[in-house]
Design a protein around this ligand. Structure first.
Ligand code: GAP
Length: 551
């Protein structure tokens, strides 16, 4: 049964056509359309609507958001304009490959890192964390092979004269983006580690990966945490690479952060993975090395088929790839924009026996955002050789000493940042505005709170809500501009919920909460606000059932 409902906003009456519907045991009232600002007009409009040949009045049309394919240049402009990311030392013209994070960027960064840590360390019994130093003994980098092997080939294009980096085996085979050939005479090997001074005479390097600090601390961590194989050690932090050609905004930087996990396994139990049975039928698009060599395309394979084809050499490697892929999906990345790519033999890193990347479909092509490596016993073995310290651990059952086998899951924070931003970039024709549809857990600001008009009693009421919510989350009190302007400003920076205080709020001690993605609004009691917001941020409840649906 349809009926007319009046809503008072800012002293004005607004009339809506509503209808009661039963959902399970509950009866809900849903909005069918807007009827205007006076009762007579509303009555006439309702009769007209109900007389229409279809009789069944359609529910108010939902806002449709269209994904916008944003280029990396457009994204960098957006990030600077909105305070996410700035070129480092911008007032001096910036410095290639170095970036600073602004007020919204640092919040998003902290949220990404927090979600990574929660997922990979806090919620797991079998993983502990460390925080190693950026500069360590130079012998670490000798033992790891970085001093001798961590280099690219520096080349200059004969036509456009731009420098570039290529792999050592690519000289004479690949061309510059402009079509020009690379000059073979001036090609030279270029070490990627930054050297730095220590005291008067000492020298070392800024770490090019966080992984080695995990290997060098392996025995101490194992003893302190009393972990038995298999177990993992995770770390997040800065890495530095003197990239020949930093490019594509945050994609290839000289200073960046990695979020890495090394998982240590008994070498005789590489297939004893308790999670494998549950995940083995998961199908994912993969561009295998054989397909790359034969000029083929990616194919959809189940994880068990990938293992049969020896893309992975053991079940633990399959699991860690799946788990990392899942992290992106859980935080809302569209799986159609992700695929896997197996490394060809000729491009495997010096420490890896097998490697599978996760790639993202960027505007400039499919590119690596995550790397998983089967590092075998390479790192612990090399550190044992160079340091002359025993890196094996005792198997209490068999009384054998074992050198653990390592599977690595390596995320680059900047690339994850790009993926979350690009994948969230939507446009609403109805609103004529961009909407940054970030997962609420990642959103820099969780809620914007605003009084519907400037009035002292509304502002006081709003301040109390802000004080209460910002004990848990980053929320803002947004007072300037019209309501519409405030909504669109918050939609554009990804604020998932806008909380409005109006005349009714003072009387009923409730507020209206608006959902960024659907524009739906619910009424929530102030006393329940924290609990409701928590569930909404964690996506534990559907927005329309989190309160009394009003629009
Ligand atoms: N510990 C293994 C390792 O460092 P990698 O494939 O060289 O492996 C892992 O790097 C991840 O680090 C990459 O998937 C990427 O996300 C990130 N990364 C590497 N170089 C980067 C750069 N120059 N700028 C930004 N991120 C980078």
């Amino acid at each position: 049964m349809a009926f007319i409902a009046k809503q008072k906003v800012n002293g004005n009456d607004y009339y809506y056509l509503r209808k009661s519907v039963r959902e399970g045991k509950k009866v809900k009232s849903i909005c069918l359309g807007y009827l205007g600002k006076n009762k007579k007009e509303a009555q006439e409009k309702m009769e007209e609507l109900l007389k229409s040949p279809k009789r069944e009045v359609k529910r108010m049309e939902k806002d449709k958001l269209d994904r916008r394919d944003i280029s990396i240049e457009e994204l960098s402009i957006f990030c600077k304009r909105r305070g996410f990311v700035y070129p480092s030392g911008d007032i001096y013209g910036g410095l290639a490959g170095f970036w600073d994070f602004g007020p919204l960027g640092v919040e998003l960064k902290n949220n990404i890192k927090k979600e990574w840590w929660n997922f990979h360390v806090t919620r797991r019994e079998d993983v502990v964390g460390i925080d190693g130093s950026i500069i360590t003994s130079p012998l670490v980098w000798k033992a790891s092979g970085h001093v001798d092997s961590f280099s690219d080939l520096f080349v200059v294009c004969k036509k456009c004269k731009k420098p570039n980096k290529i792999d050592k085996d690519e000289l004479g085979k690949v061309r510059c983006g402009c079509g020009g050939e690379y000059d073979e005479k001036t090609a030279k090997e270029f070490g990627l580690m930054f050297k730095t001074n220590i005291g008067e005479k000492g020298e070392s390097y800024l770490r090019p990966e966080t992984a080695q600090l995990i290997f060098t601390n392996f025995k101490l961590v194992q003893e302190n945490s009393r972990k038995k194989l298999p177990f993992g050690i995770a770390q997040m932090g800065k890495s530095f690479r003197n990239e020949i050609a930093p490019r594509d905004f945050l994609f290839r930087c000289r200073e960046f952060e990695q979020m890495e996990l090394q998982y240590f396994i008994d070498p005789s139990k590489l297939d004893d993975c308790p999670f494998y049975e549950k995940i083995k039928n998961t199908k994912i698009g993969i561009w295998s090395s054989s397909s790359q060599e034969n000029g083929g395309e990616e194919e959809i394979l189940s994880l068990s088929e990938m293992l049969e084809k020896k893309i992975f050499k053991n079940k633990w490697h399959v699991y860690w790839l799946w788990n990392s892929y899942q992290w992106f999906l859980n935080l809302g990345v569209d799986k159609n924009n992700l695929r896997l790519r197996e490394h060809r033999k000729d491009e495997l890193a010096h420490y890896a026996q097998a490697a599978v990347d996760i790639e993202y479909k960027f505007h400039f092509g499919w590119k690596e955002i995550f790397g998983s490596h089967d590092r075998g016993q390479f790192d612990l073995g090399e550190h044992e050789k160079f340091s002359k310290k025993d890196m094996k651990i005792l198997d209490e059952e068999t009384h054998e000493k074992k050198l653990a086998h390592v599977i690595e899951a390596s995320f680059g924070f900047e690339r994850a940042f790009l993926v979350f931003m690009i994948d969230s970039y939507f446009f609403s024709k109805q609103r004529n505005n961009f909407i940054l549809k970030l997962h609420p857990l990642l959103s820099p600001i969780k809620a914007a709170i605003f009084p519907i008009v400037k009035r002292e009693d509304f502002e006081k009421f709003s301040e109390k809500i802000v004080d209460d919510l910002n004990k848990e989350w980053n929320v803002v009190f947004d007072r300037s501009g019209s309501i519409g302007r405030r909504y669109s400003r918050n939609d554009e920076i990804g604020t998932p919920f806008c909380i409005t205080i109006d005349e009714e709020s003072l009387k009923n001690k409730d507020v209206s909460v608006r959902d960024r993605d659907t524009k739906q609004q619910i009424r929530v009691k102030v006393l329940d606000m924290k609990e409701v917001l928590k569930k909404l941020i964690n996506k534990e409840i559907d927005f329309s059932s989190a309160g009394k649906l009003i629009i």
